[in-house]
Write a protein that binds this ligand. Structure first.
Ligand code: F6R
Length: 611
């Protein structure tokens, strides 16, 4: 997804912009560009492809100046190309804009501007913004931006420069994240904190409708009516090193190996020191009386986070006995969901900025529901707008393919399920303690799976030459199968499908042919026999079956399959937090064997801030 960086000060502007953009590469992008006010005026260099292409262009003709903006674009309006890349300018080349988000009414605005004589060169909505600001300008950039945004509908984080006022950088936010970095004699803007963290740890986090005017010496904050506003400076105490690879070949592998730590962090302070109880009441605003009034839960999320929600459904239903529906966020709003004041809506989002999830959450709040967010990014839009937040504390996740964020979302669901069950009295104390014991054992159990990575590497390599494969499972195994399949698709580009094992014979069996790989999850003790008979069905049609089961059952399962991998024994409800790990490793090694860009798979972005 798009990234913004901006700088004003006496440092090496071009270098600061490029370094900032590199820190945002993990968000996914297809082109990059910078604009700097130089002795020649406002100069723009941009390039389709990687930041390295942009650097090459700048090599002979660097942009020297003390104010600039930069952008990594992930195409929405118009294909990836030099001309569609940001920054965009107006016809006079006096105004330059970088933009994250989407201007929904840009075609209407464009028509009006064309009628006034503006000529457009790109297909983007952002170019309209630069023309609109130029049109509104009458000697004061801040006022021009304020007037321009009043015409705009949609989402935007903007960085704006004009050669008329080269001592100024203006930033404004609406529904797309933007932070302001406060330095000494220099100031910064960034769509994400990593873009500026190398230079400052003191930031303002803009809210919707906030505007910042940056000069060398300071930052002034306004609302869109031009009224001065005050904000607390937030000190960022996490380190950029945590966002680096730390010796692993890829961020994804590092993040897979960070899962034991992530599990511990998610549980920290939430499981009592004696390991006997879970209490979230200190961090949740919702009280016990509200919890007792909940009649149903809706879990809403996208992609991998949605898959965590599928496990969450089973956790909440089995522990707290509250009925749960799960929805992908892009569908939720449009199916007229029955949301009542006693519906608890749980949104799950690693980034906390996913547009569909945010929109679903706002719809739920408009309908009077309370929203609880499970997110990894404290300070994200989702976290700030939700009524309650459970932070997953998994640390920054850089690889596009989510691993530790997903599994720590599972831990958050376990904690929530245990909390609800305690308040509602749906489980005996002893049973809850037993589950908590299982929960706290998970980090070490994941470590023991990671020690067997080489076995999974071989499995992945042998599967990597296939063009299609299947994941099957029943109950929560089916939820994990869906996540395993998504992970494999997104980074290895191998076609795969996840099926509820009992559904195969209703159509999918037609696709099973000689040697096709099937990854079967067989971890739910009550469903063993049923799943094994489904495995027999695919084996009979020539499939090569790799099964993930629990320790102690390998010998039994081995009789029906070609290869078995055993995860440590845990309670059935907790198995997803272990069973997903071998699937993550298989995807990683398959992608590696095929020579793909593991951390930045094609066509995908880390944070999807458009609907
Ligand atoms: C896949 C993946 C995506 C995200 C989805 C939602 O590995 O990461 O499917 O889970 O785009 O993103 P968040 O969790 O940031 O809302």
């Amino acid at each position: 997804m798009c990234g913004i960086v901006g700088y004003i000060g006496n440092g090496e502007t071009q270098q600061i912009l490029l370094e900032g953009l590199k820190k945002l590469e993990y968000r996914g992008y297809d082109s990059a560009g910078i604009a700097v006010f130089t002795e020649q005026g406002l100069e723009v260099t941009k390039s389709k492809g990687r930041i390295a292409n942009l650097e090459e262009k700048l090599e002979g003709t660097p942009l020297l100046g003390s104010v600039g903006i930069g952008h990594t674009r992930w195409a929405t309006h118009g294909k990836p190309s030099d001309v569609n890349s940001h920054p965009h300018t107006d016809n006079s080349h006096q105004f330059s804009v970088v933009h994250n988000g989407i201007i929904e009414n840009y075609l209407d605005l464009k028509e009006e501007l064309i009628a006034k004589g503006h000529v457009f060169v790109s297909e983007t909505d952002t170019e309209v913004v630069s023309h609109l600001i130029a049109e509104e300008y009458d000697g004061n950039l801040v006022e021009a931006v304020q007037r321009a945004v009043k015409h705009m509908r949609g989402a935007y984080a903007l960085g704006v420069l004009t050669s008329h006022e080269p001592d100024k950088l203006v930033a404004v936010r609406y529904a797309s994240p933007l932070v302001i970095g406060i330095g000494e004699g220099e100031n910064f803007i960034g769509s994400d904190i990593p873009a500026i963290l190398e230079y400052t740890r003191n930031v303002y986090i803009l809210d919707d409708g906030d505007m910042a005017v940056l000069t060398h010496d300071g930052v002034e904050l306004f609302n869109l009516e031009g009224k001065s506003i005050a904000k607390d400076i937030v000190h960022i105490d996490w380190d950029l090193v945590t966002a680096e690879k730390a010796g692993f070949d890829h961020f994804m592998l590092k993040e897979i190996y960070e899962q034991p730590k992530a599990y511990r962090e998610t549980m920290l302070g939430r499981v009592s020191e004696d390991g006997k109880s879970v209490d979230l009441s200190k961090e949740l605003e919702m009280n016990d009386e509200y919890i007792r009034s909940i009649s149903k839960v809706h879990i809403v999320a996208c992609g991998t986070a949605y898959h965590a929600g599928l496990v969450g459904k089973s956790v909440i239903e089995s522990l707290a006995r509250i009925p749960v529906e799960t929805d992908v966020a892009s569908e939720y709003r449009y199916r007229s969901p029955i949301i009542t004041p006693d519906t608890l809506v749980i949104v799950v989002s690693q980034s906390g900025e996913t547009a569909d999830t945010l929109a679903a959450m706002r719809e739920a709040q408009r309908n009077g529901a309370r929203v609880l967010a499970i997110t990894n990014v404290v300070g994200s839009s989702v976290a700030r707008e939700a009524n309650d937040v459970i932070a997953t504390w998994a640390g920054p996740e850089i690889a596009v393919a989510s691993t530790k964020a997903y599994s720590s979302q599972l831990i958050a669901f376990y904690l929530l399920g245990l909390h609800l069950a305690r308040v509602l009295g749906t489980k005996e104390e002893a049973e809850l303690t037993h589950i908590i014991e299982g929960l706290t054992a998970l980090p070490e159990q994941v470590e023991s799976i990671l020690e067997q990575a080489s076995v999974l590497k071989q499995v992945a390599e042998s599967m990597s030459h296939h063009t299609s494969l299947f994941f099957i499972g029943r109950g929560v195994d089916y939820a994990v199968a869906q996540e395993g399949s998504l992970k494999l698709k997104e980074i290895s580009y191998i076609h795969s499908e996840a099926y509820a094992a009992g559904e195969l014979k209703h159509g999918t069996l037609a696709l099973i042919e000689d040697d096709i790989p099937v990854i079967a999850l067989v971890t739910q003790e009550g469903l063993f026999e049923k799943t094994l008979s489904n495995i027999t069905e695919v084996k009979a049609r020539g499939a090569h079956v790799f099964a993930v089961t629990n320790q102690g059952f390998e010998a039994e399962v081995a009789k029906s399959v070609d290869e078995v991998f055993a995860i440590p024994k845990t309670l059935p409800v907790l198995t997803p937090a272990l069973a997903v790990v071998p699937l993550q490793l298989i995807s990683y090694y398959a992608s590696l064997a095929l020579g793909h860009d593991v951390d930045k798979p094609r066509n995908l972005a880390k944070s999807v801030t458009v609907e």
